[in-house]
Design a protein around this ligand. Structure first.
Ligand code: HEC
Ligand code: HEC
Length: 229
């Protein structure tokens, strides 16, 4: 009898924990995501890592993303890097110049709602202390024309990034959804020192003073686009 009772309790306990297991975020990351994404800091973040990785690093996702965006995007992923993770692999030369070869860009894995929420929770727990200083972005008002001038002519960000769909360069991530995708302090820190975030990334470190970085961050966080909603 005693054994029977133990058996029954064990069966009930297993059945009850099944739904929780189905949406265990850590489990999802380690079974479905690590083939393309680093969820712990790679020992050698050298040029080999950038050339061979199949997706962006996620080991500091908690310093970078807004959770609601993660939950939505993981259910319905849209292109962020028009040139793919490593744009050299997706560019073809034409007489008109280099163009992105979309046929080489593979659609991202999609998750159902419960799995997306669980994965987003697990991602938000991944962070690197000291990588991003909380509160560094002061949210001072920026006029759109002034911001656009800095983003374009003055600082050349638009040669690699789009500030509206189809407008700007393709070798870096688009920035017109940054207001819902990224944390403002992360955007500031990335502009201040891209190699602190990603040691071999090809975005140049421009020695800018705080007011310029505040202005660019403010401009990027203000960008809204109907097409991107
Ligand atoms: C086959 C490789 C592959 C797998 C598997 C994969 N991803 Fe990705 N992931 C990518 C690529 C490539 C991108 C970049 C997409 C873009 O920029 O448009 C990406 C982008 C992302 C981003 C946005 C990152 C950023 O910095 O902008 C998140 C978040 C993400 N993936 C989460 C996941 C999760 C969670 C899983 C597992 C459920 C997963 N991915 C599985 C290749 C993969
Ligand atoms: C030579 C190309 C290049 C230039 C010029 C450039 N960037 Fe970047 N930028 C990149 C690349 C590449 C990344 C990171 C790619 C990745 O995560 O896959 C990046 C990342 C970023 C990010 C983080 C975005 C994200 O989704 O993680 C921000 C913010 C950013 N750049 C802003 C700027 C601003 C502002 C300027 C102008 C001052 C600028 N960039 C100039 C190539 C460039």
């Amino acid at each position: 009898m005693k054994w029977l009772r133990v058996f029954c309790v064990a069966t009930v306990a297993t059945a009850a924990s099944l739904p929780a297991m189905a949406a265990d975020g850590g489990q999802i990351l380690s079974s479905q995501c690590v083939s393309c994404h680093a969820i712990t800091k790679p020992e050698k973040a050298g040029i080999d890592h950038i050339w061979s990785r199949k997706g962006p690093d996620l080991y500091y996702a908690g310093n970078k993303f807004q959770k609601e965006w993660l939950v939505d995007w993981l259910q319905n992923p849209k292109t962020i890097r028009p040139g793919g993770e490593f744009y050299h692999n997706h560019v073809k030369s034409t007489p008109e110049g280099d163009v992105i070869d979309n046929s080489k860009i593979v659609a991202h894995v999609k998750l159902d709602k419960a799995s997306a929420e669980a994965a987003a929770d697990a991602l938000m727990k991944l962070s690197v202390p000291g990588l991003v200083e909380a509160g560094v972005f002061k949210n001072a008002p920026v006029t759109p024309t002034m911001g656009a001038m800095f983003f374009g002519k003055l600082r050349g960000c638009s040669s690699c990034h789009q500030d509206a769909p189809g407008k700007g360069g393709t070798s870096g991530p688009e920035l017109y959804t940054a207001h819902k995708r990224l944390q403002a302090d992360y955007v500031y820190s990335y502009i201040q020192d891209p190699q602190k975030m990603d040691p071999r990334v090809w975005m140049p470190k421009m020695d800018m003073k705080d007011p310029d970085i505040q202005r660019l961050t403010g401009y990027i966080m203000q960008l809204k686009s109907e097409a991107a909603q």
